[in-house]
Design a protein around this ligand. Structure first.
Ligand code: C5P
Length: 400
């Protein structure tokens, strides 16, 4: 079963359509999903916790400030536990609060604290639905990756006719089960990816770094996760949000990244080094802020460990290892040399001689492996990541 064992948080907000959510939960349970219900205070005016407890098979969570409930499963735990969150019905009030990032009740807090994909089934009076502010809120949520289900058109509980009826339980169920079957072909495969720049301290307030945005590594992580792989993303300081279902480890320096990478590499089947790791670090980091004095100053730098080379040369539990190479000339020769010297299974080479790659949204790659090569033409980093993941998986599977 597609939903069997999946952990679903069902959030119910205040609206008459809440009675239909009981049927949706029943469908989830029939499909052997593990369901936890979270009620907003006004939802409890429409459906009772007792009914929902009986239908879902678990205690219902209602308050952020209930010590007993927090003991059983705290709000952050619940946010982490979920494979998906479905809010049905999602009232205009909840949608507004969620859009601006409020955390003033249990459900909105869970939504803010989770990494899981969130589905919203709006339900409200057609006039409320058509209001410009509601439409703006829904557009903003969609832009953040929140998936809308419905609403449908038709007769409303208030007597109006129009858009705003909550989708039927079977429709909501179909969207969710579709989501869990889509491209989940990499379940069981564990991948670790490094991304972003590293930051090498000079003194407590200054550092050496580079322009890497982390976009390519994050796009690869997102694609692997969408296909059901277990993904650990070790990232330097970037401003990107963590893709759904990805475990993120934040680091600053190359040494920190090296430690996290080596620790995780042996526990994963695929290692992808996408980070722009600083080759050198400051030999002696000043304890105090360096004062301005002489016209010139010298910084002594020492070599950082080469993370991907160390992973490539692991003798036990070595993962399938993929590196990147940014080159301005002799792309193919340098990439092949890196493949050999770092003992990699694949090198993804960027030609950075013309135009921007760092921080850009588009990229092209030339892939090299021992027996062959392939060019992936210029496209968005998200689309490129999808193609690249296909190539990596194809080569990885040949090693099994
Ligand atoms: O040697 P170069 O820096 O060109 O190699 C790039 C590849 O090596 C990338 O995959 C990058 O993530 C990785 N790298 C590393 N540790 C370093 C330097 C580069 O893992 N210290």
């Amino acid at each position: 079963m597609k939903l069997s064992g999946k952990r679903i948080v069902v959030g119910i907000t205040g609206g008459i359509a809440a009675y239909k959510t009981i049927e949706f939960i029943r469908l989830l349970r029939k499909a052997e999903a593990d369901v936890r219900v979270v009620l907003t205070p006004s939802a409890a005016e429409f459906v009772t916790p007792l009914t929902l407890q009986a239908i879902s098979g678990n205690a219902v969570s209602q308050s952020l400030l209930d010590p007993q409930a927090e003991l059983a499963m705290g709000h952050i735990e619940l946010a982490k536990w979920a494979d998906a969150i479905v809010i049905a019905p999602a009232s205009a009030d909840f949608i507004a609060r969620f859009t601006v990032g409020m955390a003033n009740d249990l459900l909105s807090t869970i939504c803010l604290a989770t990494n899981a994909p969130i589905f919203l089934a709006p339900a409200m009076n057609q006039q409320m639905f058509h209001q410009q502010i509601t439409q703006q809120n829904l557009t903003a949520l969609q832009a953040r990756g929140i998936q809308l289900i419905g609403p449908n058109n038709g007769v409303q509980a208030c007597g109006d006719i129009g858009a705003g009826r909550m989708s039927e339980p079977t429709e909501i169920f179909a969207v969710l089960s579709d989501f869990f079957t889509r491209d989940q072909d990499l379940q069981g495969v564990k991948v670790v990816i490094t991304a972003g720049p590293t930051r090498e301290a000079i003194d407590p307030v200054r550092y050496i770094s580079n322009h890497s945005s982390g976009k390519m590594g994050f796009a690869i992580a997102e694609n692997f996760a969408k296909r059901g792989a277990g993904v650990t993303l070790i990232t330097g300081p970037v401003t990107l949000s963590t893709p759904n279902n990805v475990t993120r480890i934040d680091v600053l320096s190359a040494k920190e990244m090296w430690q996290a990478a080596l620790e995780n590499a042996v526990k994963n089947q695929i290692f992808i080094g996408c980070a722009a790791v600083a080759d050198y670090r400051v030999a002696d980091i000043a304890d105090q802020k360096i004062k301005k004095s002489a016209d010139e100053m010298l910084l002594k730098l020492v070599k950082n460990p080469d993370i991907i080379a160390d992973v490539g040369h692991l003798t036990e539990n070595r993962p399938f290892t993929v590196g990147f190479a940014a080159e301005t000339q002799h792309l193919s020769d340098y990439a092949k040399e890196k493949l050999k010297r770092k003992n990699l299974d694949m090198v993804c080479a960027n030609d950075v001689s013309e135009g921007q790659v760092f921080n850009a949204d588009d990229n092209a790659l030339q892939l090299f492996w021992k027996e062959g090569s392939k060019t992936l033409s210029l496209k968005s980093k998200t689309e490129l990541a999808a193609d690249l993941v296909n190539e990596i998986v194809e080569r990885y599977q040949k090693t099994l």
